[in-house]
Write a protein of this length. Structure first.
Length: 145
């Protein structure tokens, strides 16, 4: 009976292990899609890359200063998180013009630290902790704090 319980336990453990298997894979910068490489070279060329991960076809680039950029399967940027540091102006310039204008007008002493780009919206995090949501055209929707 102990042998059967032991074998059953091994079987369950192996099933759980298969389900929890990670699909993360460390890759080199040159293995990123060209569009992602161009984005990094254009906006973060002066920063040192810590690692690049491919997970389920999507990509994450992490820099030594804690900045993180997530890319889609095609290499389109989805999230830029500067880890509480100021977003490079060249990335801010990619947003619809009404977003930085709204922020400058309403939060003059704040700056963008994180941008999440989705199909129908932009979620912007400021250094004061506020999270702002805009639609895909750059029209303000709401504040999440």
């Amino acid at each position: 009976m102990k042998k059967i319980l032991f074998l059953f336990g091994l079987f369950c453990a192996s099933i759980l292990g298969i389900g929890c298997e990670s699909h993360d894979k460390n890759i080199t910068f040159s293995e990123l899609p060209q569009q992602a490489q161009n984005f990094i070279n254009s906006h973060f060329a002066e920063r040192q890359i810590s690692f690049v991960i491919k997970e389920d076809g999507e990509y994450e680039v992490r820099f030594n200063d804690g900045t993180k950029v997530d890319f889609s399967r095609k290499g389109e940027w989805e999230t830029v998180d500067c880890n509480h540091l100021q977003m490079p102006q060249s990335v801010v310039d990619l947003l619809p013009k009404s977003i930085p204008t709204y922020i400058t007008t309403n939060f003059a002493d704040s700056f963008i630290t994180k941008i999440e780009r989705e199909k129908r919206s932009y979620n912007i995090e400021l250094n004061n902790g506020l999270e702002l949501e805009f639609n895909s055209n750059g029209d303000f929707r709401r504040i999440d704090d």
